[in-house]
Design a protein around this ligand. Structure first.
Ligand SMILES: *[C@@H]1O[C@H](CO)[C@@H](O)[C@H](O)[C@H]1NC(C)=O
Ligand SMILES: *[C@@H]1O[C@H](CO)[C@@H](O)[C@H](O)[C@H]1NC(C)=O
Ligand SMILES: *[C@@H]1O[C@H](CO)[C@@H](O)[C@H](O)[C@H]1NC(C)=O
Ligand SMILES: *[C@@H]1O[C@H](CO)[C@@H](O)[C@H](O)[C@H]1NC(C)=O
Ligand SMILES: *[C@@H]1O[C@H](CO)[C@@H](O)[C@H](O)[C@H]1NC(C)=O
Ligand SMILES: *[C@@H]1O[C@H](CO)[C@@H](O)[C@H](O)[C@H]1NC(C)=O
Ligand SMILES: *[C@@H]1O[C@H](CO)[C@@H](O)[C@H](O)[C@H]1NC(C)=O
Ligand SMILES: *[C@@H]1O[C@H](CO)[C@@H](O)[C@H](O)[C@H]1NC(C)=O
Ligand SMILES: *[C@@H]1O[C@H](CO)[C@@H](O)[C@H](O)[C@H]1NC(C)=O
Ligand SMILES: *[C@@H]1O[C@H](CO)[C@@H](O)[C@H](O)[C@H]1NC(C)=O
Ligand SMILES: *[C@@H]1O[C@H](CO)[C@@H](O)[C@H](O)[C@H]1NC(C)=O
Ligand SMILES: *[C@@H]1O[C@H](CO)[C@@H](O)[C@H](O)[C@H]1NC(C)=O
Length: 354
């Protein structure tokens, strides 16, 4: 027992003697209480107000400000907040420098973010509050800075393909605003949604294509697309077939032609569709009726009560597939229908809503 105690005591002496700071930045040093403290000789107090760096890449509002600059200049680095003061900056070492940082998603309302949309930009704003040190004396005023992330709405769409892609576009308005967002619909030929179907790609009945309905130009996942209905018809007058109704695949004649990869939980909705022919017609016009949500509006198709409400403004977007030739008949096994896509991009609509 004595030996054990002695070993324990020796061990703890060794441990405390060797206790050291966690990693300190190059503008800090490890102080006597084994905290990283600012090396104040590296900064000067020049009476300026703080100039945080704001970086809005990746759909996140990132705020960076030097911890040691703040402390040298009379500010309290421990209570830097956004409008909602539960959002507090934390110490982070970036580029070997001690910074106070905030990384917040750009959801409207998050940390008190406000969303403003004008005809050309989406703007997320917030306020950054930096408090003066109050002890032993206060030499600075508290600071209230307006910060924002601005994204253009209508930059050029760069699909970067040489072939003419199949694309439909529309605009739809954002709930509770007077503003519209563009929405595109495209067709991919691979299941990772990376290669656009072009006018030169043959398509065969019974093969699968991949439909995407998405908001271009903005990498922020603030807006969700909910596709309520997808239907197919010939470009000329003819019968209409529903593939998706109330956000869920249909049953009956068109059952299993379309399945949902995701819908209502991001700025892109994705579907898998089997290529099919409407007997007697060379064209297949695929139209999606959609809404924009500002929150997750995923539809659970497994429940019986599919009550996808379609109140609110809806828009429509279409793509057109055109058959080269019409093979009216042949044995089921050899039947193959080559489709090419209309090089005409279809612009769509749409309803501009109240
Ligand atoms: C320094 O470390 C001590 C003990 O580890 C802790 O109680 C104290 O709050 C720290 N001080 C600062 C300024 O972080
Ligand atoms: C603070 O930085 C200066 C300049 O780099 C350096 O000479 C000094 O040793 C540092 N002080 C501490 C306590 O590390
Ligand atoms: C930080 O500052 C805000 C605004 O002055 C205040 O409401 C909050 O209580 C402060 N937080 C702490 C931990 O002191
Ligand atoms: C501030 O944010 C917290 C955590 O996200 C939330 O619970 C609280 O309701 C928010 N306060 C206000 C006034 O929005
Ligand atoms: C860190 O350094 C890189 C490269 O110099 C720079 O691009 C980046 O903005 C720096 N990060 C911060 C938060 O200053
Ligand atoms: C929309 O807001 C942005 C950012 O504030 C501004 O640069 C732009 O001029 C505004 N556009 C219009 C049409 O008011
Ligand atoms: C800094 O702010 C914190 C939290 O509000 C507070 O506990 C602390 O006393 C302040 N420090 C100084 C030097 O004013
Ligand atoms: C910060 O400034 C904005 C306007 O610039 C104002 O609306 C807000 O009330 C101010 N916040 C505080 C706590 O004074
Ligand atoms: C996009 O910009 C073009 C040219 O600047 C303009 O004609 C068009 O109306 C804009 N579309 C939207 C949806 O703002
Ligand atoms: C567009 O494609 C060309 C040729 O494939 C390539 O050189 C270029 O880097 C691409 N541009 C972008 C922005 O991806
Ligand atoms: C495809 O269908 C949509 C909706 O019914 C319609 O607005 C559009 O004009 C059609 N396109 C063609 C080429 O017929
Ligand atoms: C959306 O839902 C699909 C299917 O439920 C899921 O695979 C995907 O990860 C979700 N995406 C996001 C951004 O939540």
């Amino acid at each position: 027992m004595k030996t054990f105690l002695a070993v324990t005591v020796i061990l703890s002496i060794i441990l405390s003697a060797h206790a050291a700071c966690e990693v300190c930045a190059s503008d800090e040093y490890c102080d006597a209480s084994t905290n990283c403290s600012c090396n104040s000789t590296l900064y000067s107090n020049i009476g300026k107000t703080p100039e945080p760096k704001i970086d809005c890449s990746g759909g996140t509002m990132n705020v960076f400000i030097s911890k040691c600059w703040l402390e040298k200049n009379g500010y309290n680095s421990t209570n830097i907040t956004l409008t909602n003061n539960t959002c507090v900056a934390a110490r982070e070492i970036v580029n070997d420098t001690a910074l106070m940082t905030l990384h917040r998603s750009l959801a409207p309302g998050d940390c008190g973010n406000t969303l403003y949309v004008n005809s050309s930009h989406v703007i997320y704003s917030n306020h950054l509050y930096i408090h003066a040190k109050t002890s032993p004396i206060q030499t600075r005023n508290d600071v209230n800075l307006s910060i924002s992330c601005v994204y253009p709405l209508n930059s050029t769409i760069t699909l970067n393909v040489t072939l003419k892609p199949v694309i439909g576009t529309t605009v739809i308005n954002i709930p509770d605003t007077q503003t519209t967002l563009p929405v595109n619909m495209v067709v991919y030929k691979d299941n990772i949604f990376s290669t656009l179907l072009s006018v030169d790609d043959p398509l065969y009945v019974d093969s699968t294509v991949y439909l995407s309905v998405y908001i271009p130009d903005i990498n922020v996942d603030t807006f969700k697309i909910k596709v309520l209905r997808i239907y197919a018809s010939p470009a000329e007058n003819g019968p209409t077939f529903d593939l998706l109704k109330d956000g869920c695949p249909t049953t009956g004649l068109t059952a299993n032609l379309l399945s949902v990869a995701n819908n209502g939980n991001s700025s892109e909705s994705r579907f898998l569709m089997k290529v099919f022919q409407i007997t007697g017609y060379k064209t297949l016009n695929i139209t999606a009726e959609l809404q924009i949500c500002t929150q997750n509006c995923q539809i659970d198709c497994s429940t019986q009560s599919k009550s996808a409400s379609s109140q609110g403004n809806t828009g429509f977007v279409s793509v057109l597939l055109t058959a080269d030739e019409l093979y009216e008949n042949s044995s089921a096994n050899t039947f193959s229908l080559t489709w090419t896509l209309s090089s005409v991009l279809l612009a769509l609509i749409l309803e501009k809503l109240v």
